[in-house]
Design a protein around this ligand. Sequence first.
Ligand code: NAP
Length: 290
Amino acid sequence: MTKPSVAFLGLGIMGGGMANRLLGAGFPLAVYNRNADKAKPLATAGAKVAASPEAAAAGADIIISMLADDIAARAIWLGENGALAGAKPGAILIECSTITPDWIKEFNVEAKKKNCELLEAPVTGTKPHAAAGELTFLVGGSTDTLEKARPVLAVMSKAIAHVGPIGSGALVKLLNNVLCAVQAVSFAEALALIEKSGLDRAKTLEILTQGTPGSPLVKTMATRMTVRDYTPNFALKLMAKDVGYAHAMGKAHGVDFKTAAAALDVFKNALGQNLGEQDFSSVIEPLRKK
Ligand code: NAP
């Protein structure tokens, strides 16, 4: 059976790996990235590189995006030479970026005007999972559309969770990340205290990571913060963005998300110290310097 043609927009840390999976699985692939250099490895591997989101989307059966935030997604889908203008009626649009429920709902209205079907499919997992096709998709949208898109999503994932209508995927993803962010900040503060107080760091970390507080996230933070390896799997500026979005969602629903506000403060301080492009585990560095 002929495979559907796919357009992939946004070839950053996550999008690059995801697009590569699609290419490896034999989907005809057109790609676009604002900074064209990031498309070069995919071009070498056989993808068609488009000069605009609109050109990438033209004729594609499925159009996927993996972009930084609401601003980037709006620009790529609805901006000048945007992908929606190039999408054919009946195309399936899959928005994988971590964005706000408000934006994805607004985009759904625009997609319907073009007779396109929209799924939101933000992901859990990070750089290695994207490269290995081991992400988990948190899908919002109709079951029918999901079933049509499933073969494409399957190539990039180990699990596909259908969480509800459009907007649900974005909110579940923001909750996932705010819980990670709060743990990361709380662990960073604990580690700074361990180091400053002169406790035996290795022994203390073994107790904490092997005990009840030792979540997968805390274990990863313990390793990265100890060796100070901040090569970005997930950039600190993007985690700060997610905590901000989650905090705003809490506010909109009358939930005073105090732990999110506290974590956001610590992330903003790290952003002010030029750590935005580093992995979010670098959030400990300003605490070490204090
Ligand atoms: P990234 O490496 O920083 O890539 C961001 C992408 O967005 C790049 O293609 C970038 O283009 C594009 N972009 C940013 N601002 C833009 C704008 N104004 N106009 C057009 N394009 C713009 O980020 P990532 O780590 O791949 O993350 C992508 C998304 O996945 C984010 O929403 C993030 O929160 C989410 N996510 C990330 C992880 C992770 O572990 N990394 C895990 C789960 C979810 P340029 O290359 O031209 O800058």
